[in-house]
Design a protein around this ligand. Structure first.
Ligand SMILES: *[C@@H]1O[C@H](CO)[C@@H](O)[C@H](O)[C@H]1NC(C)=O
Length: 439
């Protein structure tokens, strides 16, 4: 039987073989790759609003046919977008913070109404306003008539490092100053905010820790490809071989950034710059530098403080997150699907594919219309322009929904929430994954 099959296959004309492989791949692509994304958020006003106003949520995600694998999406998205997105001319405003440090605010206002809404954008680990994924978002917002301002961190994108202090994932003081500054300069417009990857951690920590300040200033927020659980994210990016290569690439760009600044060298500091520059992984870098820089006992306590998956309930600004189930920086079992499913204010959209800040779709990714940019601009156009004040009313309903959800017996004094259960063992976690995420 087998030998018959072998003779049959070896005697087939070559184009038959090619056709069989192609059809096989097509079937695989249609059955296993193209999926409708999952929206994790509690059944309530936020979910209803999103389903009604964000058409992208209802559509299947069609990853680029020849580029579906997670690392391929991650790397090709970066290379392709770098080539197809033209450079953007921003108006740079240098903002001096209260400790004397400087950050840059890169504004894109061309063609927007002077009273149009504003979105503040936080790039990833070493990103700045000309990073390809930032240009993708900024372009999408501009097409919707929304002004954007990219918050470029201390020491990045040509910003001088005035004091021996950089930034980290758990520290949101700089972001708080920036948000308040933009609000003061534009008191009467609606404002949104977006964080990508590490920028998403800073933003998430801000929304959770300064929840009342954030709520009083911001109307809506999004977070893209964030490493929800920093411990797990870091472990995942150190997996051999491809993930590890990506991680090393980022570690070396971190080393390049800090090596430029003599102000960070000296006997008085707790870190040894020569040792820092030998870091081969992000964790080694954070252990030798970032955790010491921000006064943590060790890198584990820094990561525990920065992590976001356990802070959803503190967030009071309506937040839409986009995560890919195959993100090499973010294993699927670390996405807080259950917490989001109970949350009145946080929704997580999970696509089966997309990698880390990838989300390439179609035959050839175009510069104007990309999945990430489309979702982003639909969400902000709906919530920030809000023509009939429907989102404003939805926000009030969301507060009520949260109250009814958190007090189970009406009229009774506030129910004590039971202590959180111990984290599930691995087997249970994979059961959750199979049940709640049918990819
Ligand atoms: C939801 O209710 C809980 C408990 O009453 C409260 O701690 C939390 O801040 C509320 N969340 C929002 C978004 O208002």
């Amino acid at each position: 039987m087998l030998s018959f099959l072998y003779t049959y296959l070896t005697n087939l004309p070559r184009w038959h073989l090619v056709a069989i492989v192609l059809v096989g791949y097509l079937v695989y692509y249609l059955m296993e790759v193209v999926k409708r994304p999952i929206l994790a958020v509690s059944d309530g006003p936020f979910k209803k609003y999103l389903r009604k106003h964000i058409p992208t949520l209802e559509h299947k995600f069609w990853p680029t046919f020849w580029c579906v694998e997670s690392r391929a999406q991650t790397v090709f998205a970066s290379i392709l977008r770098s080539n197809i997105m033209p450079a953007i001319e921003y108006r740079r405003q240098v903002l001096t913070l209260k400790d004397g440090g400087q950050v840059a605010l890169d504004w894109l206002e061309t063609g927007c109404d002077p009273e149009s809404p504003i979105i503040i954008i936080l790039p990833g680990l070493t990103g700045e306003s000309q990073a390809e994924y930032i240009k993708c978002l900024v372009t999408a917002a501009n097409r919707a008539g929304i002004r954007t301002v990219v918050f470029t961190n201390r020491g990045l994108g040509g910003v001088a490092l005035k004091t021996p202090r950089l930034y980290c994932a758990s520290n949101c003081e700089d972001l708080s100053e920036v948000v308040r500054h933009v609000r003061q300069a534009h008191p009467h417009v609606r404002m949104g905010v977006t964080g990508i990857s590490m920028g998403g951690l800073i933003l998430g920590n801000y929304l959770a820790r300064k929840s009342d300040e954030a709520k009083s200033i911001l109307t809506a927020a999004t977070i893209i490809s964030v490493p929800w659980d920093v411990h797990k994210g870091c472990a995942s990016i150190e997996q051999p071989i491809l993930n590890n290569l990506l991680g090393r690439h980022l570690a070396s760009s971190l080393c390049r950034t800090v090596s430029k600044y003599d102000i960070l060298r000296g006997e008085e500091f707790e870190w040894d710059m020569n040792q820092v520059l030998q870091s081969k992984t992000i964790k080694q870098f954070d252990s030798a530098f970032t955790s010491k820089h921000f006064g943590y006992k060790d890198v584990e306590s820094y990561y525990s403080d920065a992590t976001l998956h356990n802070k959803l309930h503190q967030i009071k600004v309506p937040l839409l997150c986009l995560s890919a189930a195959d993100d090499p920086f973010q294993p699927l079992d670390a996405i807080p699907v259950k917490a989001a499913a109970k949350s009145s204010h946080v929704a997580i959209l999970i696509t089966a594919r997309g990698g880390h800040i990838g989300f390439l779709e179609g035959w050839w990714p175009a510069n104007k219309d990309q999945y990430m940019g489309r979702l982003f601009s639909q969400y902000f156009a709906a919530t920030l322009f809000d023509p009939d004040n429907e989102f404003y009313r939805t926000m009030q309903l969301m507060m009520e929904h949260n109250l009814t959800a958190s007090t189970s017996v009406p009229g009774s004094p506030k129910v004590q929430t039971p202590p959180p259960p111990p984290s599930p063992p691995v087997a249970a976690a994979s059961a959750i994954r199979k049940k709640s995420i049918p990819f």
